[in-house]
Design a protein around this ligand. Sequence first.
Ligand code: AMP
Length: 363
Amino acid sequence: MSKTIGIIGGGQLGLMIAEQARELGVRTICLDPAAEAPAFAVCDERIVAAYDDAAALEELCRRSDAVTYEFENVPGEILVPLCERYRIPQGYRPLYDSQDRLREKRNAREHGLRTPGFEAVDDEASLRAAVKRLGLPAVLKTRTLGYDGHGQAVLRSEADIDRALPLLAVPCILEEFVPFDFEASVVLVADDERVISFPVGRNVHRDGILDLCIVPAEVDPALTARMRAESERFMRDCGYRGILAIEYFVRDGEIYFNEMAPRPHNSGHYTIEGATTNQFRELVRYLVGEPLREPELVAPTVMKNILGQDLEAAERIAAEGRPGVAVHLYGKRESRPKRKMGHITYVGLTVEEYARDWAGRFV
Ligand code: AMP
C-alpha cells in the first residue's frame, strides 16, 4: 500500500508538496483552516480545521505515515506532544530554532555561521544602548512572527529611532545593517545518511517580497560553493533532518546568515523545472524513507513570483504555451496586490534575457 504524508498547512507550498508526492505515488492528507486552500485541489484527503485544533492535528497524524509542516509558526505546545507519539521526522527542533530571530541568530553563530552583529532589545533604553554599540544604519525587527519585511524598520537617523519605538511593544532584535551586494539562498534536504543542497539562487526583492530568483547566481562560483558547503555543515552540525532553507547576505565575498526556515522555500520553486530533482520531491523522498538524489541545474533559470498585480500578465503568458516557460498558478480564490498567486519559471534564460524580453510584461 502506498504511504501517506500529512501536511500541516494547505497553501502553495503544501500544494506543490502534494503534486510531487502524487508523481511519486505517495498519498497526501492536508490540514488547513480554509476550505478552499490551494493544496486541497490535489491532496487525497482534507481536514478543514484550525492549526491549533489539537483533535484535528491528532487525526492528521493518525491517518499519516509521516507528517510535515509548510509554515513556521506551528506552536511548540501543540507539536511537541504529537512528536512524541507520531512520526513527525523533522521534529520541533528546527522550528523552535527559527521561530525567534534572536535564538535563530545565536544558533547560527554557535554552529559556525557568520551573522551581522545583533543585540536583543526590549525597551527604549536597551534600543538606544544597542544603537550606540552597533551604530547606524541598523535594522530593528520583532523577534517573532515577522515575514516579508513586516515587523521591521531600518534605522538611519535619530528620527527613525523615535518612529520605530512602537515596534518595541514586543521583544525585538537590533541588527547591523549589511549593505549587501546581493541576497542568496540555499535549500537543503538531509536524511540520516547525507545532506543534499540545491544550486544557489540569487534573490531580488521588491517591497520586501521575493521578486526574482536567478540561478546560477552569476557570481564567483567559489563563493556559491562555499555557501553550499557551509550550509551543509551547519545542517549536519545542528542535527536537522528534512528540509531547510537558509537566506544569506553577500558583501565583499563574505557570507552573512540572515534567516532560515525548515520548509520548502519560495527561492527553491525554480527547482521544479530548472533542476533534475526539486525541493518538494526530495522532501517527499525523505519523508517516505527513500534515498535522496543529488540535484543538478538543467540550464540557467529565472523564477518570477506572480503577485496579485501580475496575475493577468501571467495568465496571458500561460495561454501562449511557450517552451521553457512554466506558469504555476496556485488557484487562490482572492487575488490581492502583493499576495503570492503563482510563479513562472523560465528555463534556459539568463537574467539579461529576462530583463530584455519579459520584465516589461509585468507592472
Ligand atoms: P528578513 O525578514 O529578515 O528576511 O528581512 C527582509 C528583508 O529586509 C531582507 O530580505 C533584506 O533585503 C532586508 N534586511 C533584513 N535585515 C537586514 C540587514 N541586517 N541588513 C540589510 N538589509 C536587511
